[in-house]
Ligand binder design. Structure first.
Ligand SMILES: [Zn+2]
Length: 120
């Protein structure tokens, strides 16, 4: 039985820039010209927020059985999950995978999700 991704939640310091725990790359906001730009390192599995995936790695697609699905079918998958993208990305079962979930406080309740796993 493979272990599910380990979760870390940021609720107070939700705006803290997230860096890869395995190589230290800052995955979002590293470019001062464009803070929305994503810098995925080899360990990055996904970068997402409540309404979309910003980045999905091939390892994620394989692990969540997205291979061969259209973008619409993938979107349908996380719409089916009670907790949306947050819930769906909790089902990742790659070895030693780590997820950082950053939740902006209510009333916005906006979440950002970052997944990482070591590479062989
Ligand atoms: Zn990395």
């Amino acid at each position: 039985m493979s272990q599910l991704i380990q979760r870390t939640e940021l609720k107070t310091f939700y705006y803290t820039p997230v860096h890869c725990p395995f190589c230290g790359v800052r995955v979002m906001g590293a470019d001062p010209q464009d803070e929305t730009r994503i810098t995925a390192c080899p360990h990055t599995l996904f970068i997402a927020h409540d309404t979309a995936f910003e980045y999905r790695s091939a390892r994620l697609d394989k692990n969540l059985e997205f291979d061969g699905l259209s973008e619409r079918e993938i979107e349908a998958k996380w719409h089916e999950d009670e907790h949306g993208i947050d819930g769906l990305t909790d089902k990742v079962s790659l070895a030693d995978a780590i997820k950082v979930a950053a939740y902006a406080p209510a009333p916005s309740a906006y979440g950002s999700y970052y997944g990482f796993a070591p590479v062989e």
